[in-house]
Design a protein around this ligand. Structure first.
Ligand code: SAH
Length: 392
């Protein structure tokens, strides 16, 4: 029998709207001796049953809601959630074999990410409950998806917050190398070398968007990682593409992907800090028509927000200075804590300091395999904007 959690008065409201986290200070009492990672029955202050969640007394997020019902069998519960999530991806990405199959809270499975690379399934496990049930998840992927390889590629920061050991597991097969397609571009994924689970799926749809205005243009893909934006620019007929990333490993990978797709676009693969690249370009008076910026998160916590705002302002200001008249600035932020307006204000301040007039053409978030829950702003993090640039 599950232990019972009783919320304080009114603390049920946010949950009823669809938020999935219960914080430790919202709990009145607990009946039973739930261990970390156990399922608990959640009740409001009057004792009315609200659903089932995973418990973790070590985390500020004491309960992560799984369902408004009871869960008699976790295997069938997980199977249902994973199959539903996969059907959504198959609907929006017809014929693709690689995508973010399941995105944690966004797919009602708090603390679990599953990225699908053909028959290889890479997990990130960030809640005690999912950690306890990871074997069950692996069984679902073996039985229902015919997975050949299943392993984790966890980011330790998030596991520390939950009090989970800093380990990775192989549940099936091995860490093979996969070649995936995003619908038109192919990428080689070497899991041992790659960042995140192996690929940044979140910019998947946005990479297609830039194809609209890069033909015959001189393009820079700054913070290129595996080269997605630049490769789409090659496909769409760019005159030249410079790929820039501070990681030599990623630059090698971008080059490999360029070759894999048999592109002949004039290209350069530059392993360098983006700021240094921009300053060099400024010194050499080089200008580009389209510049893509996709930096790592500047705000890792709320405390670092002011510094992050300044960071986006400075980066975008300098980037604008190496853009030709009538250029396009394609700029992103993946800082969870930085809101849309804050991000845009940073870019606008940078533009005014660089004496450029911007026209916002397009603003969106992550790709459709990264759904957002209306009641849970925490499920939305990526900001992606396209600007037309004019001299003042
Ligand atoms: N645009 C990529 C994802 C970018 S992730 C895509 O579409 O797949 C951020 C990248 O920035 C990482 O590859 C990381 O190696 C790189 N990076 C981090 N700090 C950097 C810096 N100061 N200068 C250049 N690259 C940096």
């Amino acid at each position: 029998m599950n232990s019972k959690i009783f919320l304080k008065r009114h603390e049920e409201r946010r949950i009823k709207l669809g938020h999935l986290w219960i914080f430790s200070n919202e709990i009145d009492k607990i009946q039973g001796n739930a261990d970390n990672g156990d399922m608990v029955d959640v009740n409001d202050a009057r004792g009315d049953f609200m659903g089932t969640g995973f418990y973790n007394k070590n985390s500020l997020i004491s309960v992560r809601m799984l369902s408004a019902d009871s869960i008699p069998d976790f295997y069938s519960f997980a199977r249902d959630k994973i199959i539903r999530a996969d059907e959504l991806r198959k609907t929006v990405y017809k014929g693709r074999e690689a995508y973010r199959l399941l995105f944690s809270e966004s797919d009602f499975m708090p603390g679990l990410i599953i990225d699908k690379y053909n028959d290889t399934y890479v997990l990130q496990v960030y809640s005690f409950g999912m950690e306890k049930n990871a074997g069950v998840i692996a069984d679902v992927l073996k039985n229902e998806f015919k997975a050949k390889n299943i392993f984790t590629k966890n980011e330790l920061h998030f596991r520390r917050l939950e009090g989970l050991p800093e380990t990775d597991e192989i549940y099936l097969g091995e860490r093979v190398t996969e070649t995936i397609s995003d619908g038109s571009i192919r990428y080689k994924i070497e899991f041992d070398k790659a960042q995140k689970t192996g690929f940044y799926f979140d910019q998947g749809d946005n990479r297609y968007r830039i194809e609209d205005f890069v033909k015959d243009k001189h393009v820079v893909d700054a913070f290129c990682n595996s080269g997605g934006f630049g490769l789409h620019a090659c496909k769409a007929g760019a005159a030249s593409v410079k790929f820039v990333d501070s990681s030599a490993v990623e630059i090698e990978n971008a080059k490999l992907n360029y070759q894999l797709n048999s592109f002949t676009t004039e290209s350069e693969f530059i392993s360098m800090e983006v700021m240094a690249f921009i300053i060099n370009s400024l010194n050499e008076n080089k200008k580009y028509d389209v510049l893509m910026l996709d930096p790592p998160p500047f705000a890792k916590s709320k405390k670092s927000l002011p510094a992050a705002r300044k960071g986006y302002e400075k980066l975008n200001k300098l980037a604008l200075k190496i853009l030709a008249d009538d250029g396009f600035l394609v700029t992103s932020s993946c800082s969870h804590h930085l809101g849309r307006e804050d991000f845009l204000q940073g870019v606008y301040r940078g533009a005014s300091k660089a004496e450029k007039k911007l026209q916002l053409l397009y603003f969106t978030g992550a790709a459709m395999d990264h759904p957002q829950l209306p009641a849970m702003p925490e499920t939305s993090y990526l900001k992606f904007a396209i600007f037309k640039v004019n001299n003042l």
